[in-house]
Structures are given as structure tokens and as C-alpha cells.
Design a protein around this ligand. Structure first.
Ligand SMILES: C[S@@+](CC[C@H](N)C(=O)[O-])C[C@H]1O[C@@H](n2cnc3c(N)ncnc32)[C@H](O)[C@@H]1O
Length: 312
């Protein structure tokens, strides 16, 4: 199957990264290289892009998509962006002009049935972005306590019926392990009251999202990763974050607003004595959303939110 993922908010990413010939750019979530391809077109012949992804299949597809460019203009690394300090040190890069995070999963990861990300295909419960990682969705579903499962499903899936879904998972696995996506879909459908099931989208959507986020540790790495990324930017360099989940957007918003603050003296002090200086300034006044025509063309873009900041 072709590895195809339509880059979301592409024009906005290019505008806020503001890169030109000679820029050094880090794409922390390379995926199928949709954004990366457009960025390299802008920064070549003198510029350089480093692409990072956890997923070997994504890196292989990206290599094919980027084959028309010279090796002098890009390099790809398998890794977790939480290790950005080590990855950039190993690559010998510094004074970065732009860093992009396009969070979450790609459409191709969803569409490859055997990866177990989708409630639409029957497959082993896997959901690992990095397939060398030990923890799989089957481990989460079969070993987490009822309370842990309820917390994950509530917090990451915002599933109203999290407690009922967790309880039925635990009851079912007392008889036999839950091995496949369709087994989990059946459990979720049986746990959610019929009237609620008829409202909204697919009943398994939120629970699947929650388990995927837990398996890949997606939220807990964000705060530190954004702070690390900002450290590597040169003055005038740009950070751009696209998120698809309220917790991702909140992490980007909090880091940008925290690092934009000047004085951090306690309120009421007559003169500032902290000497604290802001490290970035936000360059998106409000969160940027896709236009209706982008959503019509690419429904996956619907939940996308973009925030950007400039290093001072
Ligand atoms: C939304 S897709 C990116 C799509 C890409 N911008 C494009 O245009 O094709 C997100 C990608 O980030 C990767 N990813 C998610 N979390 C990661 C992390 N912590 N470190 C590295 N890659 C990650 C996923 O494997 C996936 O390929």
C-alpha cells in the first residue's frame, strides 16, 4: 500500500516556520514527509532538514518521497523527539531555524490494518508507533487494573462511559485474554448504553484513541520536548506545533505562555527584582484552525490546531 498522508495546515506551517534557502529545520514527526518535502523545496540548495520518527515504516516511505533531493539537504533518524537533545548533538546540529511537531498518528498508520490502530479493521491489538517497543495495546488491555484503565480511557479518550468500558474489559479478560481490535470493539459496544451508542461517531473511537496515547506515551513527553526544542532554536527561530487532542494543545499553549513571561516576581512587589526574561514570543495570536475547504478535502484535519512561537 502506498504510504500517503496529506500534510495538514501545510500553507500555515510554511508561513509560520518562515524558512528560506539555507535554513536548518527539524521535523520531529516526519511521518510520510508531506510537510518535510515542502520544507526542503524552500530551504534548498543550501538548507538542511533533519526528520525524526518512531516508525520505521514512516521513515522508509519518507525516504522514497524525498528521493529527488540531494543527501546534502536532509537526513532521517529513527527516534523519539523526547530525545531531541541527544539526536541533535549526535547530528552535530545547532542554531536551528525551525522546529515542527505534527503530533499524533498518520493516516497511513491508521489505514494499515495490521498495525492495530483502527477499530475499522480486525487485527491484533498492537498500536505501537515504534514496533521494537515492548508495551502493546494488548498489554494495556489485559494487564492494567480496572482503575488504571478507567483513568486512561477518561483522561486520554474523554469517554463519558470510561468506568463501564474498563469494568467490562476486566470482566471479559477473566475468561480469556482480549487479543484483537474487533474483540475490543465488541466489549466497548456492549459497555456503552444503546441510547448513547446511537449518538455521535463510532462508539470505539475514544477508547481506541486513549489506548493508543497510553501505549505510545504521547502526552507525558510533550512539555519537556517543547522546552528542549525551544532551547535549540536560534534567535528568530520558530517553533510550530500542530495538535489533534486538547491535552496536546494545552501542553503547547502552556509552554509558549510560560516561556513568554517576563517578570515572575510575586504579585504586589513594587519593583521587579527577578530579572526574568521571556524566551519566546507567541506569533499566533489565537490558535490557528484549518479552513472549511481544507476540512472538506481532508476530514482528518478537522481537529487540528496550530500554535507557533518565535525565539527571542
Ligand atoms: C501526524 S503524523 C506526521 C505526518 C507528517 N507531518 C506528514 O506530513 O506526512 C505523526 C508522526 O509522528 C510520529 N510520532 C509520534 N510521536 C512521536 C515521538 N514522540 N517521536 C517521534 N515520532 C513520533 C508518528 O509515528 C507519525 O508518523
Amino acid at each position: 500500500m502506498e504510504y500517503f498522508h496529506k500534510p495538514v495546515l501545510l500553507a500555515e506551517v510554511l508561513k509560520y516556520l518562515s524558512c528560506t534557502n539555507g535554513s536548518t529545520v527539524i521535523d520531529c514527526t516526519l511521518g510520510g514527509a508531506g510537510h518535510a518535502e515542502a520544507i526542503i523545496d524552500l530551504i534548498m540548495p543550501k538548507g538542511f532538514l533533519l526528520g525524526i520518527d518512531l516508525d520505521i515504516a514512516a521513515l522508509n516511505a519518507a525516504r522514497v518521497r524525498l528521493a529527488r533531493f540531494s543527501q546534502q539537504n536532509f537526513s532521517l533518524v529513527q527516534g523519539n523527539f523526547k530525545d531531541l537533545d541527544r539526536i541533535l548533538t549526535d547530528a552535530g546540529l545547532y542554531a536551528i531555524d525551525g522546529i515542527l511537531f505534527d503530533l499524533g498518528v498518520s493516516s497511513t498508520q491508521f489505514d494499515r490494518a495490521e498495525r492495530g490502530f483502527s477499530y475499522r479493521y480486525d487485527a491484533p491489538l498492537d498500536m505501537r508507533m515504534d514496533q521494537s517497543q515492548n508495551l502493546t495495546a494488548a498489554d494495556v488491555v489485559n494487564t492494567y487494573s480496572k482503575e488504571e484503565l478507567a483513568r486512561v480511557i477518561k483522561e486520554y479518550g474523554e469517554e463519558r462511559w470510561a468506568g463501564r468500558v474498563a469494568a467490562l474489559i476486566v470482566r471479559t479478560r477473566q475468561n480469556r485474554p482480549i487479543r484483537t481490535t474487533f474483540e475490543l470493539v465488541d466489549i466497548i459496544k456492549n459497555a456503552i448504553p444503546a441510547a448513547a451508542r446511537r449518538r455521535g461517531g463510532h462508539p470505539a473511537k475514544q477508547t481506541f484513541q486513549a489506548i493508543r496515547i497510553e501505549v505510545n506515551g504521547e502526552i507525558r513527553v510533550l512539555d519537556q520536548s517543547f522546552r528542549d526544542a525551544i532551547k535549540w532554536l536560534k534567535p528568530g527561530g520558530r517553533l510550530v506545533v500542530i495538535s489533534y487532542h486538547s491535552l496536546e494543545d494545552r501542553a503547547a499553549k502552556n509552554v509558549i505562555s510560560d516561556l513568554s513571561r517576563g517578570c515572575i516576581c510575586p504579585p504586589g512587589l513594587p519593583v521587579c527584582n527577578c530579572g526574568h526574561k521571556p524566551e519566546v514570543k507567541p506569533i499566533t495570536k489565537k490558535v490557528v484552525r484549518p479552513t472549511p475547504s481544507e476540512i472538506a478535502d481532508n476530514p482528518r484535519a478537522e481537529s487540528a490546531r496550530l500554535r507557533a512561537a518565535e525565539k527571542l
